[in-house]
Design a protein around this ligand. Structure first.
Ligand code: NDP
Length: 510
């Protein structure tokens, strides 16, 4: 749970610029009663919103998208100041968020269209699957990508026909507040997207409130608390938690490209991405070249709050302690710092750090560091790299560099997403579902899966024509037992794989 923001006596929270320590602005610390009132308003809005249908909602969401695009620079400035990332990263976050919103708007009708499915042995039935909005979605967002990450839920939930109550992190509330203001002025149905601000307790009120689903992004520890709170009402949850993403470099990889990407993947956003590259497994045949190149790339990364910087200060004060602890633990157990290191940490500024001689008993290889640190491990071959990459309680993203058999390696990494010969790119492809396995969470945002995540699935089957024997009745002929016995043998007793439907046609009775 973040703790850096100051609580003012009047119930205000200050948002602090991590680069300058200046107060960027203040927001109210909203009470559980205010959260519940927002949920109640969202409930009313959700009915009107659902009734609009895809076209009506698309019109409104396009107005929302335009409204956000019109203040893109203002949003980027807020992201830059609240989170500390460089302006170019902030504007790119706005761009990516809007590309997801745009995709969700244009894709919703197709992805959520009612579809016919085979009725199998019930061949005289017509069966369909349809998708309906859940109602009100509670979104709890983090501070590392204060617009992009929550938009993975907000945009897709809205496009799927739900109203949303969004609780941003206390560290980055101003960008969320501005998004809420644009939603209120651009869309003609009030309260379709509301923002509630506050500390952890405000998020806890949302998680235990009368919402139809909670989409949470943050730490596994808070994810567990959210799930427990939601369990009271049996509210379903979508959890996007942390990661310890591995990067594999095969012997036939383009080593320079892999090293450049590894440094970007580990250091972008000062390493504060759930899909940051957090460990690299490199074939011994290219290890030395890779390490040399990584160190020179890491040394070239410019750190600071200015426009020429590649990465800013660490957003959350207590994260600096975690990063320092991970580096010091590794060094104590025998790791070598090739650049950066714990001594180079000044205030909230952590220099890009590269470590070698790292072993699996070190926190740096097992726990999420969430900082600009890259530990590199030398491996004999790809099999060893795969074994080590998969030996983790996390499984969010991953990447692999190589040529021959590289897709096979990608398939064999136990993670929700894998980038081949690049890093992190999957999160920018709106058609690809985003989410993890194991302690990285469950459920998917983005893509068609991300739209369906915010719907309830409805199954309908309808009799097309009656059969001589109505199986949904007690008036079965005496011969039914023997007929069914024969059918079982005919349909399922053979060795040839056949569809149940075509097999059913072979049976006289049906
Ligand atoms: P948290 O998981 O504590 O916070 C994430 C969000 O949950 C914030 O909006 C937070 O609000 C809110 N929250 C906090 N407590 C509760 C609660 N009891 N019920 C409902 N919502 C709550 O993350 P931190 O900001 O403390 O970061 C800790 C660690 O989490 C980091 O070190 C990093 O490893 C990981 N992390 C992972 C992210 C990811 O993208 N997967 C993103 C951010 C962090 P508030 O900020 O107001 O406390």
């Amino acid at each position: 749970m973040a703790t850096q923001a100051t609580i003012e006596p009047v119930g205000l929270i200050q948002s602090i610029d991590p680069n300058t320590r200046e107060v960027v602005g203040e927001v109210p610390d909203q009470t559980p009663a205010e959260v519940n009132a927002a949920i109640a308003r969202a409930r009313v809005a959700s009915r009107r919103w659902a009734a609009l249908g895809f076209e009506g909602r698309a019109d409104e969401l396009i107005r929302f998208r335009r409204g956000l695009a019109n203040i893109a620079e203002e949003l980027a400035e807020l992201i830059h100041r609240e989170n500390g990332k460089p302006r170019v990263d902030a504007i790119s976050e706005v761009m990516l968020s809007l590309s997801h919103l745009d995709h969700a708007i244009s894709r919703a009708e197709h992805a959520l269209a009612t579809r016919k499915v085979s009725s199998g042995v019930m061949a005289n039935f017509r069966s369909t699957i349809s998708y309906h909005p859940l109602g009100v979605i509670g979104v709890i967002g983090p501070w590392n990508y204060p617009m992009f990450t929550p938009f993975g839920s907000v945009a897709y939930a809205l496009a799927a026909g739900n109203a949303v109550v969004f609780k941003p992190s206390e560290l980055t509330p101003l960008v969320a507040k501005r998004i809420g203001e644009v939603a209120a002025s651009a869309m003609r149905i009030p309260d379709v997207l509301q923002v509630v601000t506050g500390l952890g307790a405000t998020g806890a009120a949302l998680a235990s409130g009368a919402v139809d689903k909670i989409a949470f992004t943050g730490s596994a520890a808070t994810g567990r608390r959210v799930m427990k709170a939601a369990a009271e009402r049996l509210t379903p949850v979508l959890l996007e938690l942390g990661g310890k993403d591995a990067l594999i470099v095969a012997p036939d990889a383009d080593v320079d490209k892999a090293a450049e990407a590894a440094v970007f993947g580990a250091m972008t956003n000062a390493g504060q991405a759930c899909v940051s590259v957090e460990r690299a497994y490199v074939s011994e045949r290219v290890y030395d070249r890779f390490v040399d190149k990584v160190v020179s790339e890491a040394n070239a990364v410019r750190v600071g709050g200015g426009d020429d910087a590649n990465m800013g200060a660490i957003t959350m004060d207590k994260q600096v302690d975690i990063i320092r602890e991970h580096i010091e633990d590794a060094v104590k157990k025998g790791a070598k710092v090739l650049t950066g290191g714990a001594d180079a940490i000044k205030g909230n500024v952590v220099k890009p750090t590269v470590l070698v001689d790292v072993t699996t008993d070190m926190l740096i290889l097992t726990e999420e560091t969430f900082g600009p640190v890259l530990p590199i491990v030398k491996v004999r071959d790809t099999e060893e790299a795969l074994r080590l990459a998969n030996d983790s309680q996390y499984g969010l993203g991953s990447s692999v560099f190589g040529k021959r058999g590289v897709r096979d390696i990608a398939e064999r990494i136990d993670s929700g997403m894998t980038a081949i010969n690049t890093v992190i790119a999957f999160s920018a492809v709106p058609n690809l579902p985003f989410g993890g396995v194991r302690e990285s969470g469950f459920g998917r945002i983005h893509g068609d899966e991300g739209l369906r995540e915010f719907t309830r699935t409805k199954a309908i089957t309808e009799e097309r024509f009656p059969l001589p024997v109505n199986m949904m009745s007690f008036k079965l002929p005496d011969t039914m037992y023997d007929q069914l016995k024969g059918m079982i043998k005919q349909l399922y007793g053979g060795g040839v794989v056949d569809t149940a439907r075509s097999a059913a046609r072979k049976i006289k009775f049906w």
